[in-house]
Design a protein around this ligand. Structure first.
Ligand SMILES: NC(=O)c1ccc[n+]([C@@H]2O[C@H](COP(=O)([O-])OP(=O)(O)OC[C@H]3O[C@@H](n4cnc5c(N)ncnc54)[C@H](OP(=O)(O)O)[C@@H]3O)[C@@H](O)[C@H]2O)c1
Length: 255
């Protein structure tokens, strides 16, 4: 059985990955993971490929045992893994509750690593892994501090994995989008402190980001910047020293 596994499938980018991969006749099933089972059940209406809803809270250790057990019992070939589950909290560091910081680290870092580790034995030559990072991970970000740090972690992890799996023919890509306007990410991120970022200029759309990310993963890029704004951001973070870039981003977020 050849499958795709997509975390964060109940909304936003994850849901869009299910939709865009859902017409792929090479796949026998799409395994869709998130907490909201009702949303996962709706996904079948978007796809011709059968969707298996797997309701799991990826901040809970027992969820990885459940996923590992399911993989062991089904022995699938995982053609595509997308780790899109993630969330952020906008606000100055002192305003973000410790529990939210822990949850960001648990979901954005630990869960992505645990899911990838569980799936690794089921990848074959030609399989593809997409870890959804962020342009926030290209440099430290005042007003989005812990979130940006989690995405820097995930980007580093993904690049090393890309290199380790290069000779086995497995493509691993760190997808680094800029703000996306039509997902639940921004309203969720603003729940604690709306003053961190007030405007999201030039925000992209989930459909474009996913199409671009899938094309970059086919080309085996280790970093995907899915859109012109992400590309400019990546170049700026590479060539402008962080002691200049960080105050600049702090200024921009206050405008
Ligand atoms: N939108 C942006 O501006 C933006 C920019 C750059 C990067 N990103 C990254 O893109 C990824 C997807 O975000 P999005 O924009 O699509 O946001 P979204 O619409 O809020 O989707 C987040 C997904 O994560 C799932 N999730 C949250 N907590 C979970 C948990 N404890 N266990 C399992 N699943 C959980 C949610 O499902 P349930 O609530 O049903 O569990 C949902 O399906 C994230 O990693 C985000 O950091 C987003």
């Amino acid at each position: 059985m050849k499958i795709a596994i997509i975390t964060g499938a109940s909304s936003g980018l994850g849901r869009e990955f299910v939709r865009q991969l859902g017409g792929n006749s090479d796949l026998d099933e799409i395994w869709a993971i998130a907490r909201r089972e009702d949303r996962l059940l709706e996904l079948q209406t978007l796809c011709s490929v059968p969707v298996r809803p797997i309701p799991l809270d990826l901040t809970k250790v027992e969820s990885f045992d459940a996923l590992t057990a399911l993989l062991q019992s089904q022995q699938p070939e995982v053609a595509i893994l997308v780790c899109a589950a993630g969330f952020g909290r906008i606000g100055l560091t002192r305003a973000i509750p410790s529990a939210d910081n822990d949850a960001m680290i648990d979901l954005n870092c630990k869960a992505a690593v645990a899911v990838t580790t569980a799936v690794l034995p089921y990848l074959r030559s030609g399989s593809r892994v997409l870890e959804i990072c962020s342009t926030a991970g290209f440099q430290p970000m005042p007003g989005l501090n812990v979130y940006a740090a989690t995405k820097a972690f995930l980007q580093s992890y993904t690049k090393a994995l890309h290199h380790e799996l290069l000779t086995s023919g497995i493509h691993v890509t760190a997808v680094c989008p800029y703000w996306i306007r039509d997902t639940e990410f921004i309203p969720t991120a603003q729940k604690v402190d709306q003053s961190g970022f007030r405007h999201f200029p030039l925000a992209s759309r989930a459909r474009t980001v996913v199409r671009w990310a899938l094309a970059d993963s086919r080309m085996n890029l280790w970093v995907s910047t899915p859109g012109p704004v992400c590309m400019v951001h990546r170049l700026a973070a590479k060539f402008i020293p962080h002691f200049v870039m960080v105050p600049l981003l702090d200024l921009l977020r206050r405008l």
